[in-house]
Write a new protein. Sequence first.
Length: 221
Amino acid sequence: MGERLWADIDEYAASLLHPHDVVLDEVLARSEAAGLPGYNVSIGQGVMLQIMARMVKARSILEIGTLGGYSTIYLARALPEGGRLITLEADPDHARVARENVAQAGLDSVVHVMEGDAQRTLPLIHEQRMGPFDFIFIDANKNAYPTYLDWSLKLSGPGTVIIGDNVVRGGAVLNGDSGDENVKGVRRLLELMADEPRLTATVVQTVGSKGYDGFVLGLVD
Ligand code: SAH
Ligand code: DHB
Ligand code: MG
């Protein structure tokens, strides 16, 4: 049992449950052609995020870390009429590709790609009272996850779901002596979530086409 089997199961499940979506295929093709890294969630993970957003009937979604807008589109499709999604992206090239992808998906009136370092745009979102959000997906630079949790809590209300991606990191999260800023960031995030009385949280480990990793799921009281 190993990576190959995990990837095969992902492919089997995706071909069975998620028949080809031309729009999303093109989103990935455009992202790759533009030289973006393949850091997007898998198909199954995208659908999982979409299901979770629908389960809580999210009307407002915040995403931190857009890349080419792949997870963005899954989440935006979960929104009811009149819903909105704000996604934060520091890299201007990524933001440009994401805007094009979102437009091709017919979601440009729903999704706002906010360009700039999220550590600068999150305070603006707060100041301008653009929250609270029903659903928050944290998926940008892992060293800043603790800061992103702080802002997410400020932008939350009762029932807000906060999800963090890539918190298992092939098991590297276990290493408390790690010098890796990404590992330090996710470990600190989990500690802060544990200490936050408003949060009920759990880690869901994942295997598949994206290797061995995991999500932290949090629910705000
Ligand atoms: N959510 C996407 C993947 C995001 S990859 C998907 O699943 O499809 C992480 C993204 O975070 C990259 O595009 C990177 O440029 C962006 N990023 C990194 N540091 C950032 C920062 N400080 N502020 C905003 N975005 C950042
Ligand atoms: C990587 C994967 C991710 O899902 C992400 O958000 C950032 C980086 C990676 O594989 O390095
Ligand atoms: Mg990720």
